[in-house]
Every structure is written in structure tokens, then in C-alpha cells.
Design a protein around this ligand. Structure first.
Ligand SMILES: *[C@@H]1O[C@H](CO)[C@@H](O)[C@H](O)[C@H]1NC(C)=O
Ligand SMILES: *[C@@H]1O[C@H](CO)[C@@H](O)[C@H](O)[C@H]1NC(C)=O
Length: 323
């Protein structure tokens, strides 16, 4: 079970790859917004692993198309999201169709009360494994640039020209700002895609797929996109609009460190964000430093060979002695 269609596609791609080595494990993804009849036909054959969003699979179960009375295991990715108000009722309904002897696995970057309540209700003596350190900000160097709202685009332009970006994800706080910024970036002469919740699902899928395949260097998006998405080629994440909660920050920035590779997170901070910056640093017990005049490429460029000695300062950035 996954909360978004993008994640369903990502997980199913990986499952199919792994399944090839497991003697023909049949994997299927099923999510809302796709043809129900196709799913019904595919479920007519044996399927070993279904990757689904809750609404669609519940629909298929209720229709008697997906038979789950022999399901041994339900894995919930981004469990905190799946157990939020939007989904928890569906999840409870699905569990009611499963056999009594089943295993439920919860994966989550955060552990809110909703998850704990669910655990005590449905799990028997669950075993807890905490890998948060590895999952989160390890390997990621975090900086902030202090700017006014009006300087943001200019600052971004400077970052583009000075950083060695393989692929970047740039976060804005609204659909409208995503579209505006994507337009500005294109005008500045950089290639860029954008993605947000108000776009058609099929189009969203295509943009995501194309970005993943490296067709474009930069992606502007809202938080829709943050959960659990791993794109290894992304070495820079930019918070064009700084998030308000530590959880959102973690989900946005944590990504590029997931496979233990290096990454850079750059936060554009206005005076309104100062309190949130401090707060998020405290909550995550991490340090977000002022952006230095030059950033050591070994911190974020995989094929790093040598530091460019000519690299000069980013405007407005304080020099950082440590670098
Ligand atoms: C998004 O950021 C802009 C600029 O900082 C701000 O004016 C606006 O209120 C923010 N919107 C939301 C929904 O936080
Ligand atoms: C850089 O991005 C391209 C796709 O844009 C990808 O194929 C390549 O592996 C990436 N390089 C690294 C070092 O991640």
C-alpha cells in the first residue's frame, strides 16, 4: 500500500526488477485514475504482489476481483500518510478483508500518534526497527541564503550558474508559485519541468517518468512530490519557499541522502522564515549553515575529481571559514 500514484509506479518498477530474479514473481500496480477494466483482466491471472493506493484496491476487493483471503502480508509504505485522516478508514476496511493470520509491516519516516494507535489496534507484539539516522539527513550538506522575496529568482539564477547540478528539485509552497517559477527558470534559459496536484494525473506521471529518466535537469514542484521519491541523479534540492514544519523539510531534503549518496540542500530564507528555520534545526537536531562563498564539490558531486579553485562567491552569502 502506498499513498500516491507516483510512489506506486516507482515501487512497482523496482519490484518488477527484483521479481525477475525470484523466478517470475508477478507484480502489478493498481491506482486510481487508470482503467479499471485493465486491472480486472490482469487480476484474472495469478498476481503475487500488488502495489496499490487504498481506494482502488478496496474497490477491487469489494467487487470480488482482488481476492485477498490468502494474503499473508500487507506492507504499508509511508505509513504515517496512509494512517492520516484521508486514508485510515480505507485501510481499516481493507484489513477487515484479510485473513486473521497476516503480517502488517509499517514503513514511515515519522511516527505520529495515528501510527501508534494503529499499531496497538492491529499488530501483535510488533518489532520496531529505527533507521532514521540513515534515512534522513546523513550525507546532505544544508545551507541557507538569506534573501528578500524579490531576490529569490536572482539568487536561484546565481545558484544555477555556480553549482554543479546534476539534477535538482526545487520546492515552492503553492501550485501557482510552481507554475510562475517554472516559467521564470525557462526564461532564464535553464531547462525545467514542473509538477503539482492540479495537473492531470497522466501528465503528472509522464513528467515524473521523464524527469526520472534524465530528460530534464530541474524539476519545480509542491510537496505533493516529496514523499518517498528517490531519484539518485538529484544532487541538489532547493527550498525556494522554506517549509513550515520539520516533517515537510525532512521529506523534501531527506530524499537525496537515502541511498547514502551525497547531496546539497539550499534554503532560501526570508525574514518571515527565520523562526521556522531555527525551529526546524532544533527539531531535527541538525545544522543549516549560511551558504559559503564556494562549496566544495566533494560534498555533492559524485564524479568529483578536484575542487575548482576559481569558483567565486555566491552573492549575499557569508564566507564560511570551515570550507
Ligand atoms: C508562500 O510563500 C509566499 C512567499 O514567501 C508567501 O507570500 C505565501 O503566503 C506562502 N503561501 C503559503 C500557502 O504558505
Ligand atoms: C546525472 O543525471 C543523469 C540523468 O540526468 C543520470 O543518468 C546520471 O547517472 C547522473 N549522474 C550521477 C552521478 O548521479
Amino acid at each position: 500500500m502506498v499513498p500516491t500514484r507516483e510512489l506506486a509506479l516507482q515501487v512497482s518498477q523496482i519490484s518488477i526488477q527484483i521479481g525477475k530474479h525470484l523466478g517470475g514473481v508477478k507484480v502489478m500496480a493498481t491506482t486510481g485514475g487508470t482503467n479499471l477494466r485493465d486491472d480486472i483482466m490482469r487480476l484474472d491471472e495469478i498476481v503475487h504482489v500488488v502495489i496499490a493506493t487504498p481506494g482502488r484496491i478496496l474497490d477491487l476487493i469489494k467487487k470480488g476481483v482482488a481476492k485477498v483471503d490468502k494474503v499473508q502480508m500487507m506492507v504499508m509504505d509511508e505509513a504515517d500518510k496512509l494512517l492520516s485522516q484521508d486514508f485510515v478508514v480505507l485501510i481499516e476496511d481493507i484489513i477487515a478483508f484479510l485473513p486473521r493470520e497476516r503480517q502488517i509491516l509499517l514503513y514511515s519516516a515519522t511516527f505520529p500518534i495515528s501510527v501508534q494507535k494503529f499499531m496497538s489496534k492491529h499488530l501483535k507484539k510488533p518489532y520496531e526497527i529505527n533507521l532514521m539516522e540513515e534515512l534522513t539527513l546523513k550525507g546532505i550538506t544544508q545551507y541557507y541564503a538569506y534573501v528578500t522575496e524579490r531576490q529569490k529568482v536572482h539568487c536561484l539564477n546565481t545558484l544555477f550558474s555556480r553549482l554543479q547540478i546534476n539534477q535538482s528539485i526545487i520546492f515552492c509552497n503553492s501550485t501557482q508559485r510552481v507554475e510562475l517559477l517554472a516559467k521564470k527558470i525557462t526564461q532564464l534559459g535553464y531547462s525545467c519541468f514542473y509538477i503539482h496536484a492540479k495537473m492531470m494525473q497522466e501528465y503528472r506521471n509522464r513528467v515524473f517518468h521523464d524527469f526520472r529518466n534524465g530528460l530534464c535537469r530541474n524539476l519545480v514542484c509542491t510537496d505533493l512530490f516529496t514523499r518517498g521519491i528517490d531519484i539518485q541523479a538529484v544532487n541538489v534540492v532547493i527550498n525556494f519557499d522554506f517549509p513550515k514544519s520539520a516533517e515537510t523539510y525532512l521529506h523534501r531534503i531527506g530524499r537525496s541522502g537515502r541511498f547514502g549518496h551525497l547531496g546539497l540542500a539550499i534554503n532560501l530564507i526570508t525574514s518571515d522564515d527565520r523562526y521556522n528555520l531555527k525551529n526546524i534545526e532544533d527539531q531535527l537536531v541538525t545544522e543549516i549553515k549560511p551558504i559559503p562563498g564556494s562549496i566544495d564539490k566533494s560534498l555533492y558531486v559524485a564524479e568529483f575529481h578536484s575542487v575548482d579553485p576559481d569558483e567565486d562567491g555566491i552573492e549575499g552569502g557569508a564566507k564560511n571559514k570551515e570550507l
